[in-house]
Write a protein that binds this ligand. Structure first.
Ligand code: 5AD
Ligand code: SF4
Length: 419
């Protein structure tokens, strides 16, 4: 989402103001730091980054702090880093052109404003076309700062999404990547009386765009994975068979304390149903270890889900105490040494599972959309179920979908040949 927000700011600055991008920091008139605040580490990093930019930037160059940390720290950023010229929260990036002309501009409200969608057009890559379908989140999971930084969940009108997708395809995109905190809750709240539809309908309607070959999305919420959604996902050939299913914890007790709205059994039922409806699906997940009160039995439940679902990819984190969240005030915060042990144990087991999954891909054939040049005459791309594939080749493969036979499978990359 931050990548897309950055694209929006670049669009505004290059098309409505007279800015262009530079790769040389010493040359920049404006430095934007687009921040995340989901865990504590990036927040510390922000202030060291501002210090580092201060040392190298040219005289008079402005620094703007944008994104979720800007939302939650607000004017405190000016106090802690006086060289910062403006602070622009995640829900305020449409005000970027105002911010650059207003000394010490502070834009951190999280109210809804439809001008949030009215951006000029810019994309880093023709091949990775991100499209926001909703902003904000209503879920208030007890560990999560996002609802405080990105505000209430609002779905973007279908006509805006459709036109963006169509325009991207006309410009050569084969794949679109739909973004939202809870994409499969799409359609629950619009700002106005827009056409009503749910996420499954949205996927079906977008898949009708001629020339569009692939649709990806992130993140769906396990709670909203109803049968209709799993059915559309499995049957529609344009929908990439890669599903992100953020588990967070395998313990029903901890899930309740997290306010996730589902149990271990619900999650397993959905994931295993998905595997049976769609055998080639890759399932990825997010897991937080050492949430307050997590005991050994709770952690074993998380490991049990890992054994049963056998995720192709896991993003795992130690619980990080965040301001404004309910979990930050919960008793039984877990000591860091226990959190580290659990994280290492989980990651090591997942590595073993990957070492079983990946060699099975050798000899298989996949359709790969190439999107990135690599060193030594190689090109990389993704299978529709999201494996990273590398072949020998050059620029002319970029943006093309080719059939590849896998010769050699490593843990993170499949090496193959175009057939
Ligand atoms: N501590 C650790 N991880 C967190 N996440 C969100 N909030 C926290 C937190 N306080 C993780 C969740 C989420 C991912 C984007 O970041 O797993 O799915
Ligand atoms: Fe945060 Fe939960 Fe919303 Fe995801 S669903 S953004 S974890 S509050």
């Amino acid at each position: 989402m931050n990548v897309r927000d950055s694209e929006h700011m670049i669009a505004e600055l290059t098309q409505k103001e007279n800015y262009s991008l530079t790769q040389d920091i010493k040359d920049a008139d404006l430095i934007l730091i687009n921040t995340c605040s989901v865990r504590e580490k990036p927040v510390h990093k922000l202030f060291s980054e501002v210090g580092a930019f201060d040392k190298v930037k040219k005289a008079g160059a402005k620094i703007g702090v944008c994104g979720c940390t800007a939302s939650h720290l607000g004017k405190e950023i000016f106090k802690r880093a006086p060289s910062v010229d403006f602070v622009l929260g995640a829900r305020n990036i449409s005000k970027i052109t105002k911010a650059i002309h207003t000394p010490k501009f502070l834009g951190v409200d999280i109210d809804y404003d439809e001008s949030d969608f009215a951006f000029a057009d810019f994309r880093n890559s023709l091949y990775k076309t991100y499209i926001n379908i909703s902003i904000g989140c209503d879920k208030h999971c007890t560990y999560c700062i996002v609802p405080h930084t990105r505000g209430d969940e609002i779905s973007i009108p279908f006509s805006i999404i459709f036109n963006e997708a169509k325009k991207a395809v006309e410009k050569g995109a084969k794949e679109i990547f739909l973004l939202g905190q809870n994409v499969n809750n799409y359609g629950k709240r619009f700002s106005n009386s827009h056409e009503k539809m749910d996420f499954s309908d949205l996927l079906e309607r977008l898949s009708e765009i001629e020339g569009l070959e692939r649709i990806r999305f992130t993140s769906p919420h396990p709670l909203h994975m109803d049968d209709k959604f799993l059915d559309v996902f499995s049957k529609n050939p344009k929908i990439c068979k890669s599903m992100h299913m953020p588990l967070q914890s395998g313990s029903s007790e901890i899930l309740k304390a997290m306010k996730r709205g589902y149990t271990k059994e619900w999650y397993l039922d959905r994931a295993l149903k998905l595997r049976s409806l769609c055998p080639k699906v890759s399932i990825s997940t997010d897991i937080i270890v050492a949430f307050p009160g997590e005991n050994e039995k709770d952690f074993e439940d998380t490991m049990d889900v890992i054994e049963k679902v056998r995720f192709e990819q896991i993003f795992s984190f130690k619980y990080s105490k965040r301001p404004l969240t309910k979990a930050a005030t919960m008793p039984n915060q877990i000591p860091d040494d226990i959190a580290s042990l659990r994280l290492t144990y989980l990651q090591e087991r997942h590595t073993q599972i990957l070492d079983e999954i990946m060699p099975k891909q050798e000899g298989k054939e996949f359709e790969v959309l190439f999107e990135e040049l690599r060193a030594d005459g190689a090109v990389a791309g993704r299978t529709d179920n999201n494996f990273l594939v590398q072949v020998k080749g050059s620029e002319e493969l970029l943006g093309k979908i080719c059939k590849v036979k896998i010769a050699n499978a490593k843990r993170m990359v499949l090496y193959g040949e175009i057939i």
